[in-house]
Design a binder for this molecule. Structure first.
Ligand code: SAM
Length: 196
């Protein structure tokens, strides 16, 4: 009988690990949080104020989402996270310590309405960025800002210079202003062309 709590604890741990791995495989992105140095660089790249909703696409364990909500206390900050374990952790943190302007939805951001966005923040993977691009192009309003940790949006032109975090990977932080980021590039041959 005495080993029942231990057995339950082991089972809970196994279920937790299986869920994290299963959702990592399903989304193609692990719930690895943005590190401290990269988070500081990313927060430094954000506009002073914005006129709409802040979305964090793939909010993971909720640390960056909470920092965004503290950064914009008068704005609504919405974090989307599909993986149930990080989402539950983030939701419990939100319930315990706020901030009140933060909402965490356990949902697929590819099915969300991003049209109220003034600012979109993400840290995904190359394939995830490629999936996100047409959705952003279809839904963002002029003047919206997109900030991505580490992975660029394929074919979009970031603000220059691209900032690098003071971490071991010198993680790039890309900032895009929509729709200026779609501006055609001039190819070496002189012919204007779409960004690759
Ligand atoms: C690398 S983590 C980043 C966590 C957090 N944004 C940060 O920077 O600290 C990416 C997260 O995106 C989530 N994710 C990936 N695709 C998603 C989707 N389509 N909808 C919701 N969440 C998604 C993953 O489950 C993962 O937790």
């Amino acid at each position: 009988m005495g080993s029942l709590p231990a057995l339950i604890a082991v089972l809970a741990l196994v279920v937790t690990l299986v869920l994290v791995v299963a959702y990592t495989l399903a989304t193609g992105v692990s719930p690895m949080p943005t590190g401290r140095a990269a988070r500081a660089s990313l927060l430094g790249e954000l506009p002073a104020d914005i006129g709409g909703t802040v979305f964090e696409l793939g909010a993971g364990w909720g640390g960056l989402a909470a920092a965004l909500a503290r950064r914009y206390p008068t704005r609504s900050v919405v974090g989307y996270e599909l993986s149930p374990v990080p989402w539950l952790f983030a939701a419990l943190g939100r319930w315990c310590t706020g901030p009140a302007n933060l909402t965490l939805r356990r949902a697929d951001f590819l099915r969300a309405d991003l049209s109220p966005a003034a600012l979109v923040v993400c840290y995904l993977c190359p394939a995830g960025m490629a999936r996100l691009r047409p959705k952003l192009e279809a839904e963002l309003r002029p003047g919206s800002v997109v900030v991505s940790h580490f992975f660029a949006l394929p074919g979009w032109r970031p603000d220059e210079p691209v900032v690098r975090a003071a971490d071991a990977a010198r993680s790039p932080i890309y900032r895009y202003r929509f729709p200026r980021c779609l501006a055609r590039t001039v190819a070496p041959g002189g012919e204007p062309g779409r960004n690759p």
